[in-house]
Every structure is written in structure tokens, then in C-alpha cells.
Design a binder for this molecule. Structure first.
Ligand code: NDP
Length: 398
């Protein structure tokens, strides 16, 4: 079979010759008891850079030893890109949300042999799920592989925005000691009201990690959490996003992007937020309206916006979030730490082993199966497409 894999570029100065840590901590299970990916084999050292082109997710030996053709590229956007050329006769496509190959309906229509789209990570909105359902292409992701990595990033971003870390770091880098400038927007999070839109694997983990900061925790989700968890974390449940955002100092967004959540944080919803609130969005860029966020920051309706998700990705150089005030953005990195890469590379291999052996892929990994939303997809997504507008990614200039 032909496997097409789209990964981000190698480091500018080449692949690392060594890494800061010699080994990764050992983790066997996720908090709900789900086991980590367990492929039959592994052809890389845990902790190596795997998510870039030369890292190849550690898959080349396995695929070629088993007689498959493996093509890896980062050239994924614009007319005539390498990925498009190889898509036409590919059986399997592997792509990462950090550097997504947007599998739009138009592209899917040009890929008659395509059977499986694997997301090396979590979040398969870069695939037109409706087109995948209509064309009986299965879509799978490595559920849980980086949920806790993202939750760590969320805590980091909440603290850095509220305490205004970026300003202080810039002053030091510039050789200064301007304490008044450094603290004129700096607060403690203690006592604040922090709410998550969605309390799934990431949202709930972020709430747990925030609890020791003595904050008031809120959540909005389509399903209520068990009473025992609400009691343990002293959670306030809201049955609408509006009800939650009007009382929160910090809102963290942790739902998947699907037609129900696209453009959820538009001008109207942002105007209902508590004045001066912060938004942390590590879910998907398209959940927030690009212009509305920039405008709210410029007039003080929002005090800060941070996250690592943009639309499209890579974000064009003139994307307004690069230049708006009080932003603490990173490129899409929270779910691709070296720790997470080991887990999702293992997960992709487990999925491929099951697929080639005709074995069942874990239910938790399924988003679309046999023409329908399935597994995690049936729980967390709704039908339809959220890939429109992705062609703008070709405007990114390296
Ligand atoms: P989960 O499937 O565990 O959780 C998703 C949660 O979102 C579920 O609780 C679901 O609710 C809820 N949800 C879905 N639609 C809505 C809605 N309309 N309103 C409120 N809640 C909703 O996924 P994860 O927590 O692991 O990941 C969540 C998302 O985070 C991913 O889909 C991805 O987009 C993003 N992500 C980002 C990463 C990064 O690197 N920045 C890495 C990993 C994920 P219910 O099931 O109760 O209906």
C-alpha cells in the first residue's frame, strides 16, 4: 500500500545530535485507566524528534519491511504541492494537527484509493469529516496521546498571561530593570474564576491541575460530569456558554472544532464576557473569530489572548493574531512536546498494525468508521465540515 505522511519541517540547523534529557518518565496509563499506545514494535528511541520530516514518526523501517511504499513531505499547500501529487494514488494519509494537511472535499474527490486518514495527534477537523463519511474513508486519531501535554500548556499560559510574564521576560532580554513597567498589568490568579468550555480529557485535566491555585472553577459541556468530580473540584456547571463567560476572569477553550463550535467566540459572545477577561485557546483557531479577538484586545474587553492554535496553519505572516496587543501565542506546539511525540508515534504504529492485520482499531481512536461518526467521534463531534478557507495556508512565507 502507499502511505503518504505530511510532517513539519526539520529544525533549521538540522536534526539534533543530542537531547536535554536522556530518558522520558515512565507512564503506563492515562487518568481514566486507558492504556498508552502499545504497538508490537518500535524503531526509535523515546524522546527523539519524530514529528518532523526526518523523524518520519519512526515508521519507515516498519512500513518498508512490510512491503509498503512510504512518502514523507512538508510540502502540503498550494497548487502542485508534493502532498497533492502523491494523494491521488495513496491508500493511507497520515497528518498532524500542528501542520495539518487539509483534506478538503476537493482533495478527497481526487483520492479514489484512500481508505484511512490517520491524525498523528488529536483533533481531526483538518479532514472534511462529511466528505470522509460520504466516501467511506475511516478517520482515526490517537486519543489521549497529548491531552495532558495540552493541559500543562494551558496552566502555563494562564499563569503567564495573568502575571504578564511576556512583558517581564522581554525587559530582561533587553537588559532592563523596569519593575513598574513589568508589573503594571500583572495579577495573581488566586481567587479568580476560571472556566473551561468542554470538560473532556483536556478540559478536565486542566481543571484538576488548576485546583491547587485556590481558584473558583467553572465548566460548560454538553454532558455533565459525575457528581463525585464536581464535588472533588468544587465545580460550578453552566448549561450555556454565555452563563459561564459572564462570570469568569479566565476562559479556556477545550472543545473540538466542528460546525457547532466554529466561530463560537464571535463579537457577540465576547461582548458578554466579563470586561478584562483572558481567553486561552489551545483547541482550534476557528473556534474564535479572528477579527473579533483582535478588536476586543485593542479596546480592553479582553486583557489577554493566548493559545497555540490558528487558522489556517501555518498562519500567514500577516495573520492579525501575530501583531495584536497582549497576545501570548505560540505556534501549534502544546501537543507535540518530545514526550507527546513518542506517544503519538506509537499510536500511529498501533493503528497501522491493526489496519494491515485486519484487526479492530481501538474504539477510542475512531472518529469516522464505515461512513459514520464512531467511537470518540460520535461522542465529541457533529456531522459536517470545518475545513473551509484552509487554502490560505499557502500564503505562509518561510
Ligand atoms: P475529548 O474528546 O476528550 O473532549 C472533548 C470535549 O468537548 C467533550 O467533553 C465534548 O463533550 C466537548 N464538546 C464537544 N462539542 C461541544 C460543544 N459544542 N460545547 C461544549 N462542549 C463540547 O478531547 P480532548 O479533550 O482530548 O481534546 C479536545 C480538543 O482539543 C481536540 O478535539 C483538539 O481540537 C484540541 N487539541 C489540541 C491540541 C494542541 O496541540 N493544541 C492537542 C490535542 C487536542 P461531550 O462529549 O460531553 O459531548
Amino acid at each position: 500500500m502507499k502511505v503518504l505522511c505530511i510532517l513539519y519541517d526539520d529544525p533549521k540547523d538540522g536534526m539534533p545530535k543530542s537531547y536535554p534529557l536522556n530518558e522520558l518518565p515512565k507512564i503506563d496509563k492515562y487518568p481514566d485507566g486507558m492504556t498508552l499506545p502499545s504497538p508490537k514494535g518500535r524503531d526509535f528511541n523515546p524522546g527523539e524528534l519524530l514529528g518532523c520530516v526526518s523523524g518520519e514518526l519512526g515508521l519507515r523501517k516498519f512500513l518498508e519491511d512490510n512491503g509498503h511504499e512510504f512518502f514523507v513531505t512538508s510540502d502540503k499547500d498550494g497548487e502542485g504541492c508534493e502532498a497533492d501529487k502523491h494523494l491521488v494514488d495513496a491508500d493511507i494519509v497520515i497528518s498532524q494537527p500542528f501542520f495539518p494537511y487539509y483534506l478538503t472535499k476537493e482533495k478527497i474527490d481526487k483520492a479514489p484509493k484512500l481508505k484511512l486518514a490517520i491524525t498523528a495527534g488529536i483533533g481531526s477537523d483538518h479532514v472534511d469529516l462529511q466528505a470522509a463519511m460520504d466516501n467511506k474513508i475511516d478517520v482515526v486519531e490517537v486519543t489521549y496521546c497529548n491531552s495532558r501535554s495540552v493541559a500543562e500548556h494551558i496552566v502555563m499560559m494562564i499563569l503567564s498571561m495573568v502575571r504578564d510574564y511576556h512583558t517581564q521576560y522581554s525587559i530582561v532580554k533587553a537588559g532592563g530593570w523596569d519593575i513598574a513597567d513589568a508589573v503594571k498589568r500583572s495579577y495573581d490568579v488566586e481567587g479568580m474564576h476560571i472556566g473551561t468550555v468542554a470538560a473532556g480529557r483536556i478540559g478536565l485535566d486542566a481543571l484538576r491541575k488548576l485546583k491547587p491555585f485556590d481558584v473558583n472553577l467553572h465548566y460548560f459541556d454538553r454532558h455533565k460530569l459525575p457528581d463525585s468530580i464536581e464535588t472533588e473540584l468544587h465545580l460550578t456547571f453552566h448549561d450555556s456558554v454565555e452563563s459561564m463567560v459572564k462570570v469568569c476572569d479566565v476562559v479556556t477553550i477545550n472543545c473540538p472544532l466542528h460546525p457547532e463550535t466554529e466561530n463560537l467566540f464571535d463579537k457577540e459572545l465576547i461582548s458578554k464576557m466579563k470586561r478584562g477577561a483572558y481567553i486561552i485557546n489551545t483547541a482550534r483557531g476557528k473556534i474564535c473569530n479572528r477579527e473579533a479577538i483582535a478588536e476586543a484586545l485593542s479596546i480592553g474587553q479582553l486583557s489577554g489572548y493566548a493559545g497555540d492554535v490558528w487558522f489556517p496553519q501555518p498562519a500567514p505572516n500577516n495573520h492579525i493574531w501575530r501583531s495584536m496587543p497582549h497576545q501570548g501565542m505560540t505556534p501549534h506546539t502544546s501537543g507535540t512536546s518530545l514526550s507527546a511525540q513518542t506517544r503519538y508515534a506509537d499510536g500511529v504504529r498501533e493503528i497501522l498494525e491493526c489496519f494491515f492485520d485486519g484487526k479492530v482499531i481501538r474504539d477510542e481512536y475512531l472518529i469516522v468508521s464505515d461512513g459514520n461518526l464512531a467511537g470518540t467521534g460520535a461522542h465529541s463531534y457533529s456531522k459536517g465540515s470545518a475545513t473551509k478557507g484552509s487554502e490560505e495556508a499557502a500564503d505562509f512565507k518561510k
